[in-house]
Write a protein that binds this ligand. Structure first.
Ligand SMILES: Cc1c2[nH]c(c1CCC(=O)O)Cc1[nH]c(c(CCC(=O)O)c1C)Cc1[nH]c(c(CCC(=O)O)c1C)Cc1[nH]c(c(C)c1CCC(=O)O)C2
Length: 337
């Protein structure tokens, strides 16, 4: 919370995206108990349990709610399921008729009540010093899944709908934007201390589209949340924005910008950190390979960003093939600096 408020700390606080995940044996055991991934997300007791596991094991400075960005589309009426070994599948939205079947943006809370309950349990059970982070996907990233019905390498179906049927595309972005405001407001009311917007596919928006469809919807969400909850910090993660990261704190109205591993920490120290807290950016692959390279790169990043507000994190989520010992090595390295 201090780093998010703009303080330069002697040791950067640490957490990781997907810190509760398949690389941990205790996560795999709880997931098996729940049945499958979505059942785990909607089982408040077990979702709280897996959120707490990496806090117990590693003492991270923050816990991220265990849920998924695709629960909001499901609450809006999309069908959602996960294919083992492949990823998410959804019913698609590509026509006005498909769009008309979705629910109004404020009609999501009955479906998402178990998520709010998870937040409530966590806000009671987490250690005082551990910050609880709620989250949602950005409208663009969520739309790419709702339009394609699955993850795509180039977000082609979403780009096509944007070009060929801008009325439906814009309506969908608006609906997700409004739904996200309702969803994150309810997470905050349940006890989330910080919220993060994941725009995993921001990098595929080129030219004017980047501002219009990645940044502007996130700006609308932060403006609405700040009006209601002025003291709740917001982290935005427009992944793969490259040099377009410069100026984004102001443009989005976010307290912290998270950045991927495609941009150098030195560049971030010079061009982004002067405007606010930054979060990143060790390559997730170091959690698989470990060793001296992990230590050297962790030190280089933490060193480069040590003169301003910084939250140490990976450039993207930790992968299932990561070695839990490498996570400990990363934490020990940051905390020994
Ligand atoms: C695109 C996206 C999704 N989900 C998310 C994003 C944006 C960030 C990113 O770029 O990854 C965000 C997300 N997903 C999950 C979280 C929980 C919080 C966290 O620990 O960071 C968060 C923040 C849990 C999860 N979400 C998912 C898992 C793995 C599920 C499992 O246990 O099998 C977890 C822990 C599944 C998921 N969920 C999604 C995909 C594409 C997949 C399949 C990928 C995979 O299997 O690793 C959609």
């Amino acid at each position: 919370m201090r780093a998010l408020a703009g303080e330069t700390l002697p040791t950067a606080p640490i957490w990781m995206m997907r810190q509760a995940g398949r690389y941990l044996p205790e996560y795999r055991a709880t997931r098996a108990q729940a049945g499958d991934f979505l059942s785990l997300c909607y089982n408040s007791e077990l979702a709280a349990e897996v959120t707490l596991q990496p806090i117990r094991r590693y003492g991270f400075d923050a816990a991220i709610l265990f849920a998924d960005i695709l629960l909001l589309p499901q609450a809006l009426g999309a069908d959602l399921w996960f294919v083992t070994g492949e990823g998410p599948r959804l019913s698609t939205v590509t026509t006005q008729e498909d769009f008309a079947k979705l629910k109004p943006a404020d009609d999501i809370h009955a479906h998402l009540a178990p998520i709010y309950e998870t937040v409530k349990i966590l806000s009671e059970e987490l250690p005082e010093a551990t910050t609880l982070i709620g989250f949602a996907g950005s409208p663009w990233t969520v739309a790419t899944y709702m339009i394609a019905g699955q993850g795509t390498a180039d977000q082609g179906p979403a780009h096509r709908l944007k070009a060929e049927n801008p009325a439906v595309f814009d309506s969908l972005i608006d609906l997700i934007t409004e739904g996200t405001i309702h969803y994150l407001s309810a997470q905050i009311e349940a006890g989330a201390e910080v919220v993060k917007l994941f725009d995993s596919w921001a990098g595929s928006l080129k030219g004017e589209d980047f501002m219009k469809y990645s940044i502007e919807p996130m700006r609308r969400i932060t403006a609405a949340l700040k009006a209601k909850f002025p003291d709740v910090p917001i982290i935005a993660f427009p992944r793969c924005a490259g040099e377009k990261y410069a100026g984004l704190h102001r443009m989005i109205g976010a307290d912290c910008i998270a950045f991927d591993d495609g941009i150098d920490a030195q560049w971030v120290a010079k061009n982004l950190q002067p405007e606010g807290c930054v979060q990143g950016n060790l390559a997730s692959s170091h959690m698989v390979t470990g060793g001296a390279a992990l230590v050297a790169e962790t030190k280089r990043i933490a060193g480069a960003l040590s003169k301003g507000p910084h939250i140490f994190n990976l450039g993207h989520g930790i992968t299932p093939d990561a070695d839990p010992q490498n996570v400990q090595l990363m934490i020990d390295t940051v905390r020994s600096m």
